[in-house]
Each structure stands twice: as structure tokens, then as C-alpha cells.
Design a protein around this ligand. Structure first.
Ligand code: SF4
Ligand code: SF4
Length: 292
């Protein structure tokens, strides 16, 4: 069973809810696909059994012993990554797209392409099973490609250890890394919040899930900050072929739990939010089983 927990926007509490569900399992593969801002490893402090280099893209580098300052490369770089400064041609690593055009055009072969490989893919063990996550280095590109590598590794780990449940904490938004996160999962849980922007982003992410024919469930976090919008979301779910799975109130224990490096389920197992999350998680699994 592969479940992705996603949200159309950041700040909905998606990762805290992923952490709570993860600690309800005795043995699972927990996957953090939010490679631009992975954070579950900070909470769970996994051991690292494997660390792999990830090469996302390349950037151009000038060999100054060959460069004649002819400026041909400046003229043709459509990413405006090459400039002449203090009599020297230089390439901005941040602006360079790695298209290799300049290295093909340089008349003296002064430009080469170096792989950007500071990003890493980690896999290891934490207190409730195995954990796989990726961290994209600042300025590096191809987060969707890294998400794909993280998901492949998670499947490999699940098969090697005969673990059935793969729980994926996805990135926010509806872009390329989100699509890499959801394609091929059995279902996606959308965590939303009752604000106008939260509601709009819910509609947008639901359209993406529909496009890829992925069954969707909706959980409203902090429903009590605006009960009217919460009701609207509940009723929207019934008309949009999204299964409304439940709601939880704003709970300061999420933050307190985090400061103790625990999920809310570990911090306050008998609390009302934990009880509701436990009920919701059972419902998600039941829903999956009836689909099989
Ligand atoms: S590789 Fe492409 S983007 Fe980078 S500096 Fe050369 S021409 Fe510009
Ligand atoms: S095209 Fe080659 S030789 Fe000309 S400025 Fe660029 S790097 Fe230097």
C-alpha cells in the first residue's frame, strides 16, 4: 500500500500528520519526498545505512588558461548566465541551466560541464521501520528527478524488508515534484485547512489527482479556525468525488510534540487529536482494503 500525503499549499500541517500516522505503524517505510525542505529526518533521527550522490544537472565552467575573452558565449547564452566583469568572462552557477550550448560554441574549447552532485538520497532505519528521503542542495535543480529516485529507493527497501506500507510525505503545491510523488500511489490524502487559499489549493491539487486517476481523500486540519469554510469543504467533497475522511482541531500539542522530537501520537497518545487521527488512519486503511 502506497499512500501519499499532500497539500495544495505549504503550512497545512501535512508533515505533522504524516509523522503521527507513521508512529501508529509497527513497521513501515516512511518516505519524505519534500526534497526542497525535507524535515521528517529531523524529527525521527534515522540511522543512515546508505547515502547516495544525486546528480540533477550540470553547469558550465570556464578554463581560464584557454579562454581568449572573445565573448561569443555571452552573446548566445539565452539564460543570461555569462557576463564580462573586470575584463574576465564569468558564468553564474545559479543562472546557468546546463544546456551546454556555450561549450559547443566556444572556439577554443575553454568551457566544460560539471555535474551538480551535492544533493543526497538517504535510506536508513528509524523507530517505526525504514526511512528514505532526499535533500536537494541549494541552487541545484531537478527536484522531480530526485523525488523519483527517492520513490524507487523506497520500493526497493520495502521489497527487501517485506514491508507492505509505504507512507509518503509529499511536497506542497502542484508542480513537478508533486506529480513525481503521486504517480503510481494507491491513494492520496489531501491535508487542507479552512481558509480561502487553502480551499482553492485543494481544488487545484484535486484536479491534478483526477488527471492521473488517483483516488483522493480529504482531511481538514485546524477545522475550528473557520467552521463555515470547513463545512463548505465537507460539502464540496461530496460533490467532487473526493472522500471526506475527517477533521481535527487546531492543537498546540503538535508544536510541543515537535520540540520533544516526537509525533503528536507519541507525545499525547490518549489526547483527543491522537484519538481522532487514529480513527482517520484506520478509515484510510479500510478504504484501501475495500478498493483491493
Ligand atoms: S550551459 Fe547554457 S545556460 Fe549555462 S552558461 Fe552555457 S549557454 Fe548559458
Ligand atoms: S566563447 Fe570561449 S573563449 Fe570566448 S569568451 Fe567564452 S569561454 Fe572564453
Amino acid at each position: 500500500m502506497q499512500i501519499a500525503i499532500i497539500s495544495g499549499k505549504g503550512g497545512t500541517g501535512k508533515s505533522s500528520i504524516s509523522a503521527a500516522f507513521a508512529t501508529m505503524e509497527e513497521q513501515l517505510v516512511l518516505v519524505d519526498c519534500d526534497v526542497d525542505a525535507a524535515n521528517l529526518y529531523l524529527l525521527f533521527d534515522p540511522s543512515h545505512e546508505e547515502i547516495e550522490k544525486f546528480t540533477g544537472s550540470e553547469h558550465a565552467v570556464i578554463n581560464y588558461t584557454k579562454c581568449t575573452n572573445c565573448a561569443i558565449c555571452i552573446q548566445f547564452c539565452r539564460f543570461d548566465a555569462i557576463h564580462l566583469s573586470k575584463g574576465m568572462v564569468s558564468i553564474s552557477e545559479v543562472a546557468c541551466d546546463g544546456c551546454r550550448l556555450c561549450s559547443r560554441l566556444c572556439p577554443v574549447g575553454a568551457i566544460s560541464n560539471e555535474p551538480q552532485n551535492e544533493s543526497r538520497l538517504y535510506s536508513g532505519t528509524f523507530r517505526n521501520g525504514k526511512m528514505v528521503y532526499g535533500i536537494l542542495a541549494p541552487g541545484e535543480e531537478n527536484s522531480g528527478k530526485l523525488v523519483n529516485a527517492v520513490r524507487d529507493k523506497a520500493l526497493e527497501v520495502a521489497r527487501a524488508h517485506q514491508i507492505e506500507t509505504i507512507l509518503i510525505d509529499g511536497p506542497p503545491g502542484i508542480g513537478c515534484p508533486v506529480i513525481s510523488t503521486i504517480v503510481g500511489v494507491d491513494m492520496a490524502l489531501i491535508v487542507t485547512e479552512p481558509t480561502l487559499s487553502g480551499f482553492q489549493d485543494l481544488e487545484r491539487i484535486k484536479a491534478v489527482l483526477d488527471h492521473f486517476q488517483i483516488p483522493s481523500l480529504v482531511l481538514i486540519n485546524k477545522y475550528d479556525i473557520n467552521k463555515n469554510i470547513s463545512k463548505e469543504i465537507e460539502s464540496w467533497c461530496t460533490h467532487s468525488d473526493s472522500l471526506y475522511i475527517g477533521k481535527i482541531p487546531f492543537d498546540a500539542d503538535f508544536v510541543k510534540a515537535m520540540t520533544e522530537k516526537k509525533s503528536i501520537f507519541e507525545y499525547q497518545p490518549e489526547g483527543t487529536t491522537s484519538a481522532e487521527l487514529r480513527r482517520i488512519y484506520r478509515k484510510i486503511k479500510k478504504n484501501y482494503n475495500t478498493q483491493q
